[in-house]
Design a protein around this ligand. Sequence first.
Ligand SMILES: Cc1cc2nc3c(=O)[nH]c(=O)nc-3n(C[C@H](O)[C@H](O)[C@H](O)COP(=O)(O)OP(=O)(O)OC[C@H]3O[C@@H](n4cnc5c(N)ncnc54)[C@H](O)[C@@H]3O)c2cc1C
Ligand code: SF4
Length: 338
Amino acid sequence: MKPFAYVRATSLQDAAAAHGGRPGSRYLAGGTNLVDLMKLGVERPGTLVDISRLPLDGVETLPGGALRIGATARNTDVAAHPLVRSRHPVLAQALLSGASAQLRNVATTGGNLLQRTRCPYFQDVSTPCNKRDPGSGCAAREGVHRDHAVLGHSEHCIATHPSDMAVALAALDAGIELHGPEGTRTVPADAFHRLPGDRPEQDTVIGHGEIVTGVLVPAAAPGTVSLYRKARDRASYAFALASVAAVLELDRDSGRVRRVALAFGGLAHRPWRAGTAEERLTDAEPTPGNVREAVEAELAGARPLRDNAHKIALARNLAADALATLARRAQDATPGTP
Ligand SMILES: Cc1cc2nc3c(=O)[nH]c(=O)nc-3n(C[C@H](O)[C@H](O)[C@H](O)COP(=O)(O)OP(=O)(O)OC[C@H]3O[C@@H](n4cnc5c(N)ncnc54)[C@H](O)[C@@H]3O)c2cc1C
Ligand code: SF4
């Protein structure tokens, strides 16, 4: 491993100064992804700025009912938090479907959002990979790509984004709080991760040196129900082949959809918010036929590769099951309890 400098930051200002926006600087949170990549030679930082002890690990309610989750809050603590569990089950379930209990005890909110793809060629420095080494090519396109993207991929990269939590945050209309040399800003979770286009090396819109300070989750309307479903090769310790985060609010008198949010994981280089399906389902009855038609319309733009067309059927069935379950729960939900 290449030698590196290690700095433990005690304040946000400290962290930003130690990072200095230098190309070789990296923030270190739980280290469950970054340290692995350093061992593989994919990451070769000159300076590691440890932010894991910054006082950014709280979960608090803001006036109006939104939740603010700090960037260094551990995945285990967020998933177990009573307000997260009661108000946004989709977020707790997405977190608990990721990694293992040991990893979740260490992994942080910011690090989870910024973890890198698990494309095996990205992790193998002996193979071409445009994400790791821009311009070198994409070994996955003609190689092993069973787990790769079916939506929004480009000739330069077909990788998927690995985070389950990010899929739930996209469906919850969360905001990502950033602090950087230009000040602070909040980016919608749905616009935080990028499609690969011709710049696959850039996973997100974060600027180098910017730090994630927290996540804002808006209050859910009373009667809103939500859940996360994930298909994977093993029951735990496995990334999504396909997953879905669904949030539903029904008009209880008419039984029609007042608001629906649907986001897919495992299908694209970023969480895939299903705008077409949402539009078709709004004001409609969530019958199996309407749901299937809406999801089919969303997935009509999928471009499967040689070996991953199965993901489309997985996504369709997960979404249909999730929405049918939520429609039943929404009819039974007591008004006034999100
Ligand atoms: C075997 C295994 C299985 C896994 N399975 C899953 C799974 O099924 N689903 C899933 O979602 N995840 C899974 N994970 C990934 C795991 O959730 C991530 O490794 C973890 O969330 C990363 O968090 P961290 O705090 O350890 O990040 P780190 O490794 O410390 O950092 C990751 C990246 O984020 C940057 N960073 C961290 N915090 C900040 C910040 N606040 N601001 C700016 N940059 C920051 C770092 O510089 C680095 O580039 C798995 C991991 C392993 C090892
Ligand atoms: S899919 Fe993306 S990450 Fe994987 S080898 Fe191709 S360029 Fe690299």
